[in-house]
Write a protein that binds this ligand. Structure first.
Ligand code: PBG
Length: 327
């Protein structure tokens, strides 16, 4: 006699919002969200960014207000990008003790203390006149080892200003090691490093280059950022950064690289961040403005997918808005 099994009915658990909430495998929380913010030197009013509606280049004053709002909403962290008045070949503004990032970090530390985690992107592209992430050789290539010395100095100056987490984003070989040694030598043993370990040479950074005024003036970043075709290489990059002393690793961009987020999450035993970058933001905003996508649902779905893929924390321009909604 054959047993009569009941028909499987997965829909039972999808029946009501309360059942779906109870059985959700992935949850978003305000503390998972890290807000990237731009602060520009020498402006009197915040400047809108055309390709990122709703995101601005802040003045020091407007940055303080927006950072306060982010903290009120409960975001887990803030990461700062600076846009200087003067750019030069070596990116002198990046490690100036009175540079825009250092000044803004001091403001935020004074205002916010330890109520959130204040992080800084450590790179040169916003500060160089040629727009590359490092210093150049005579023939115009990015000089890896000369750049490491600059990154070390940038990191130390950011730490001295009060940054709790240094996030090197330039994809130079050995950058985490160089920064870790320099931080330790300067007495900043407690400042941590979030490696942009897995960073692809991506078209999705387009709007950021308007926001941070850092488009390369010649060539592209493909000789230092990763080829989108590669996945195994991401694990090598992540392990190298961990060997060099990274406390956390990042995958960037997020949405088009969810397979990489998952592989990295499965391979490492440190917190994994993923960056929903400017182009991901711009696509949602543009489609929503046209009435082609439901903005709120698309935002939540995109962030949930990044968490589901394995990211412990997400850098997103939606951080404050979403934290408020979740709060
Ligand atoms: C480099 C840096 C970039 C981003 C973060 N750090 C741009 C680049 O590599 O060209 C992109 C972030 C985004 O697109 O939102 N300092």
């Amino acid at each position: 006699m054959s047993a009569q099994f009941p028909v499987a009915r997965p829909r039972r658990l999808r029946r009501t919002p309360a059942l779906r909430r109870l059985t959700a495998e992935t949850r978003l929380a305000p503390a998972d969200m890290i807000l990237p913010m731009f602060v520009k030197e020498g402006i009197a009013e915040p400047q809108p960014i055309g390709s990122m509606p709703g995101v601005v280049q802040h003045t020091r004053e407007s940055l303080r207000k927006a950072a306060h709002e982010a903290v009120e909403a409960g975001v887990g962290g803030i990461i700062l990008f600076g846009v200087p008045i003067l750019k030069d070949a070596v990116g002198s503004g990046a490690d100036a003790s009175d540079g825009i990032v250092q000044s803004a970090v001091r403001d935020l530390v004074a205002d916010l203390g330890d109520s959130t985690v204040i992080m800084t992107d450590a790179c040169l592209d916003e500060f160089t006149d040629h727009g590359h992430c490092g210093v150049l050789t005579a023939s115009g290539e990015v000089d890896n080892d000369a750049t490491l010395e600059r990154y070390a100095s940038v990191a130390v100056s950011q730490a001295a200003a009060g940054s709790a987490v240094i996030a090197p984003s330039g994809m130079m070989d050995g950058q985490v090691e160089a920064i870790r040694s320099a931080l330790d030598a300067a007495g900043h043993e407690n400042v941590s490093i979030l490696g942009y370990s897995v960073k692809y040479a991506s078209a999705f950074y387009g709007p950021f280059r308007e926001a941070a005024e850092c488009a390369p003036q010649f060539g592209d970043r493909a000789s230092y950022q990763q080829d989108p075709a590669n996945a195994d290489e991401s694990l090598r990059e992540a392990f190298l950064d961990l060997d060099e002393g990274a406390d956390m690793v990042m995958v960037k961009p997020a949405g088009a690289y969810l397979d990489i987020v998952r592989r990295v999450r499965d391979a490492v035993d440190v917190p994994v961040a993923a960056y929903q970058v400017s182009g991901e933001y711009a696509m949602i905003e543009a489609a929503a403005a046209n009435g082609w996508l439901d903005r709120d649902r698309t935002i939540m779905e995109s962030l949930t997918a990044i968490r589901r893929a394995g990211a412990d924390m997400i850098l997103t321009y939606y951080a404050t808005e979403v934290a408020r909604k979740l709060g």
